[in-house]
Design a protein around this ligand. Structure first.
Ligand SMILES: [Mg+2]
Length: 289
C-alpha cells in the first residue's frame, strides 16, 4: 500500500462497527495522520450528531482539526474546520423548499402504491435534511448496525415476491424515480436493500464538493483513496451507497472495500475484506510509510 495525501472513508461499517460502538480506535488511528498533515474525510449518509455523538472532531487538537472534513447526510452537508479548530460549512448541493415538499409527496405516493397494489406496508423517515428514506424491509432487524449485510437483499426480495411484487429492489428504485418524474422531480435514488432513499444528492456530491474545496485551497489532492463497505451491486446495475464516491472527478483514484460479502463491485473497487480492522490497520500503516 502506498502513502496517500487524502483519505476519504465511510463511517458505519468502515471506521466503526456501528454508530453506537466507541470511536476510540478510529480516533487513535486518525490522530497522528491529522498531525502529519494528511487529510481525512468522513463520507457518510448519517448526520454530524450521529458521528461519535457529534464529538468526533473534539478528540483532536484544534490545530490539527483543519485536516479533518465531513461530507454527510447523503450529499447534503459538508464541513471542515478553520485554523482555530472551529466548524465551518463547505458549500454543496442545496434543494429549495418547494422541491422538498414535493419530494415528501413522492415518498407518500410510493408508500400508497405499494400498500394499495401489493398490500406491502412501508415506513417513511421524513425528518432528514433534504432527503427521505423508505423502509421496505421492516421485517429485517439490524440492531445498531446501519449497514448492509449478506443475505439482506435476498430477504427483501423474498418479501417483495411474497407480496406479489416481482421487480425486486431494482424495480422499486425505478418506480420511485418515475413517481418523482410524474411530479416534476429528477430524484437521485439509492438503496441498501432495506431502505430506498430519495433526494437531490448522493455521496458523489460530498466527495466532489470537498475535493473542489481542497483544490481551491491549493491543497495537494494528487493522491487520494476512498474506503467503504457498501460498494456491492445490490441488484442488476444498482450499487451500494459507497459506489457513489466514484465520480468523474474521483474515478482515477484508488477505491477499497472492507466488506467480506460476495458479489459484483464497480470496476475500480478493490475488495480487501476484513471490515473495520482492515481500514484501521491501513491508517496505522500509513504512519509507517
Ligand atoms: Mg457503511
Amino acid at each position: 500500500m502506498r502513502k496517500y495525501k487524502v483519505i476519504f472513508f465511510d463511517w458505519d461499517g468502515t471506521a466503526v462497527t456501528s454508530r453506537k460502538s466507541p470511536a476510540d480506535a478510529a480516533a487513535q488511528a486518525i490522530a497522528p495522520l491529522l498531525a502529519a498533515g494528511v487529510k481525512l474525510v468522513v463520507i457518510s449518509g448519517t448526520s454530524f450528531k450521529n458521528i461519535d455523538n457529534g464529538k468526533f472532531a473534539q478528540r483532536f487538537q484544534p490545530e490539527h482539526r483543519g485536516n479533518l472534513y465531513f461530507g454527510l447526510d447523503r450529499g447534503v452537508n459538508n464541513y471542515g474546520f478553520d485554523t482555530d479548530g472551529k466548524l465551518i460549512t463547505i458549500p454543496g448541493v442545496t434543494a429549495d423548499r418547494k422541491d422538498i415538499l414535493v419530494l415528501h409527496q413522492v415518498c407518500f405516493d410510493f408508500h400508497i402504491k405499494l400498500l394499495k397494489d401489493y398490500d406491502l406496508n412501508t415506513d417513511i423517515v421524513f425528518c432528514r435534511d433534504d432527503y427521505c428514506k423508505i423502509d421496505i424491509g421492516s421485517n429485517i432487524f439490524r440492531g445498531d448496525n446501519q449497514f448492509f449485510s449478506s443475505g439482506e437483499l435476498e430477504r427483501v426480495n423474498i418479501n417483495l415476491a411474497w407480496h406479489g411484487y416481482a421487480g425486486g429492489v431494482r424495480g422499486l428504485v425505478a418506480l420511485s424515480r418515475s413517481l418523482g418524474v410524474e411530479r416534476g422531480l429528477q430524484l437521485k435514488v439509492t438503496t441498501d436493500a432495506k431502505y430506498i432513499e430519495l433526494g437531490f444528492s448522493t455521496k458523489s456530491d460530498n466527495v466532489d464538493a470537498i475535493l473542489s474545496h481542497l483544490e481551491s485551497a491549493a491543497e495537494d489532492v494528487s493522491d487520494c483513496c476512498f474506503w467503504g463497505d457498501e460498494f456491492l451491486e445490490m441488484d442488476d446495475c444498482v450499487y451500494g451507497s459507497d459506489s457513489f464516491m466514484i465520480t468523474d472527478k474521483t474515478k482515477g483514484f484508488d477505491f477499497f472495500d472492507v466488506s467480506d460479502a460476495e458479489g459484483r463491485r464497480p470496476a475500480p473497487v478493490q475488495r480487501l475484506g476484513g471490515g473495520v480492522e482492515c481500514f484501521l490497520s491501513f491508517l496505522r500503516d500509513q504512519m509507517l510509510l
